[in-house]
Write a protein that binds this ligand. Structure first.
Ligand SMILES: Nc1ncnc2c1ncn2[C@@H]1O[C@H](COP(=O)(O)OP(=O)(O)OP(=O)(O)O)[C@@H](O)[C@H]1O
Length: 609
């Protein structure tokens, strides 16, 4: 069911992932990492000495008839101060680290957002990318913090174990066998448990994505209307319940195995070894054989208990370590993903003058698709030309537009601007020549000004933005907005945020293009007026054409009445151009375009009558 179960990481890769995490943490806050590591080492040493040497010396002082009560009390006081120092170091570190970790978490999320904004569009078509993204995004903070903390705990526990181990070895090396044997049994079972937990977690995340989707749909306002007016809640609820059932079964299976392993671990390591065998053996040595003193027996028992606890702690830390290494795999894959299109630096400069956009024998196939979405497309679009792309749903029109803007790279053939293959330009620079309005635009929960500018709007931009909104026929609405262009869009964060109608929102999307007309060489309009009433559509199409001036305009529209004035119309079908020419030429051709046009004209006539 879940392919990730088979995703096996070698120990080497795990260690390399952990090193990556630590380096990442060091890059974000070097001093925090150094501080946490040092604090754990100091504390590890303090507790080791207190648990063994101090106890041994205390019993010796008590048994020494030459020492009085005052000396014993002074010794206890020194011990207490010693332990308190360890405690204070730990508390101060905790306190200090908390805020720094919050900052680290914020920095990771910021890195994440940046990467997600830069990542190639092709990644959004791949399930693997989505899974990596969802899992890595939800685990990133925990992974870095756990990476630092588990490494620190490993250093701290190792310090304690080495110090206590040295003491045990000097008195009776045989005792060391028990905690060490326990450690290995513990380690094997814990690793098995972690593996089960990790596999369960991966399945849970995948399954819960479906459940979360169904849940999310119910509280997002854009779905509310349809949910209330239809029975769509039934399949969504079924999907939700199926996900819950699936994950319950998974939890039951994983839970049973984990419980059995934990029980074995507890019985062997703790009960048998530590609580019975070692104290009995030490008692035998001290009381029957009399080969060690009582102080040694007490110190040894404490030391082995402490070694056992620390080995157990070490196991937990190693388990966390393992988890960090596993989750880091996805984080790393995401962060290290080599951005091919979005960050392309380019070797050529964009022509300063508006130039011809030429598409030569272009083929395109979506990643994983079994056939080409676009086949053998060729055309040249000169500055100032108005070119319409028409065709039935799924013909490939939007895909064609995406390729022109280099959201994807062509599979074969080429797209050239000013005679140069667009792959030779820096993507960011190349995209700047376009002003675009997509049919599936979005409004963001930020100010209207930023929504128009699609960037941080500054003081100088205000007039441009207001003018763009005016050209988009939005002035009347703008005058009614409480804070003008500073009004926040949507009610995502602000009760006073503005909710726009579909047509008003589309006008804002269109105004983005008007705000760019000065730099724009090519305007791309993908069904820009689908939500507009006929009056607004007429005004806006006229405004858009006027504003484009000598820029080329490429527009997609299903309403053929808006495309008839185009200099050239391309009719797409199943990813190919089947007809091309002016409206009159295509009507004369008596082909698909004519049939489509007449059908629409007939429909309009009938609906008017
Ligand atoms: N990201 C994608 N991955 C795989 N196939 C896709 C993807 N996007 C679109 N397609 C497929 O490519 C084909 C063309 O889609 P496209 O959106 O370009 O058509 P269109 O002509 O713009 O349609 P419409 O008029 O409905 O907007 C469709 O069959 C669609 O299923």
């Amino acid at each position: 069911m879940c392919s990730d179960r088979k995703e096996k990481l070698t120990v080497r890769r795990l260690l390399s992932n952990i090193t990556f995490v630590l380096k990442y943490a060091m890059k974000l806050d070097k001093w925090l990492v150094v501080l946490v590591f040092s604090a754990f080492t100091i504390c590890g040493l303090v507790y080791a000495l207190f648990d063994s040497l101090f106890l041994k010396m205390f019993i010796e002082i008590l048994s020494d008839t030459n020492k009085n009560l005052r000396e014993s009390l002074i010794f206890v006081l020194i011990g207490m101060i010693f332990v308190e120092i360890g405690e204070i170091v730990q508390l101060l570190t905790d306190n200090y680290a908390r805020a720094r970790f919050v900052k680290i978490a914020g920095s990771i999320q910021a890195d994440f957002i940046k990467k997600a904004a830069d990542i190639d569009l092709i990644c959004y078509d791949q399930n693997k990318y989505f899974d990596d993204f969802v899992i890595a995004a939800s685990q990133a903070e925990e992974m870095i913090i756990n990476g630092v903390m588990s490494t620190a705990r490993i250093i701290g526990t190792m310090t304690t174990i080495l110090a206590l181990g040295a003491l045990i070895m000097t008195i009776n090396p045989l005792i060391a066998i028990f905690p060490v044997a326990g450690f290995f049994i513990n380690m094997i079972t814990r690793f098995q448990i972690t593996k089960l937990e990790y596999e369960y977690e991966i399945v849970r995340k995948k399954v819960m994505r479906k459940a979360d989707y169904s849940k999310r749909v119910f509280y997002q306002p854009e779905y509310a209307k349809e949910i209330k007016l239809s029975n769509i809640e039934i399949p969504l609820r079924k999907q939700f319940e199926a996900a819950i059932d699936e994950i319950t079964d998974e939890a039951r299976i994983a839970g049973r195995k984990i419980a059995i392993l934990s029980l074995i671990n507890w019985i062997v390591v703790f009960t048998m070894f530590s609580f019975f065998f070692v104290p009995m053996y030490l008692g035998y040595l001290a009381l029957v054989k009399m080969s060690i003193g009582l102080s040694d027996a007490a110190a040894m028992n404490n030391a082995q208990g402490e070694v056992r606890n620390n080995l157990d702690g070490l196991n937990y830390a190693l388990v966390d370590f393992q988890k960090v290494g596993q989750f880091a795999e996805r984080f790393r894959r995401f962060i290290e993903y080599e951005i091919k299109i979005e960050k392309a630096a380019g070797s050529k400069k964009i022509p300063e003058e508006k130039a011809v956009l030429e598409i030569k024998n272009m083929f395109f196939r979506y990643d994983g698709a079994d056939k080409d979405t676009l086949r053998n497309i060729s055309m040249a679009i000169k500055p100032g030309e108005r070119v319409a792309i028409v065709g039935e749903n799924g013909a490939g029109k939007t895909t064609f537009i995406k390729l022109l803007m280099r959201l994807y790279d062509v599979t074969s053939g080429s797209i050239c601007y000013g005679g140069e293959d667009i792959r030779n330009f820096a993507t960011e620079e190349y995209r700047n020549i376009f002003g675009t309005v997509f049919q599936d635009y979005q409004l963001y929960g930020i100010s209207l000004a930023d929504n128009v500018k699609m960037d941080c709007a500054n003081e100088q931009d205000r007039t441009i933005i207001e003018k763009a909104l005016e050209k988009a026929d939005f002035t009347e609405k703008l005058n009614r907005l409480p804070k003008g262009i500073d009004t926040e869009m949507t009610r995502e964060f602000n009760e006073e945020g503005t909710m726009l109608s579909g047509g008003e929102a589309q006008k804002v999307a269109i105004s983005r293009m008007f705000a760019k007309t000065n730099q724009m060489s090519i305007a791309i309009l993908d069904e820009p007026s689908s939500a507009l009433d006929p009056f607004a559509e007429h005004t806006l199409t006229k405004n858009m054409m006027e504003c484009a001036k000598d820029a080329a305009v490429i527009f997609i529209s299903h309403r053929l009445s808006t495309t008839r004035d185009a200099d050239r119309i391309y009719m797409f079908e199943n990813g190919e151009i089947i007809e091309e020419g002016t409206h009159d030429e295509l009507m004369k051709l008596d082909g698909k375009y004519k049939r489509m046009f007449e059908k629409q004209a007939h429909y309009y006539k009938n609906s008017i009558l």
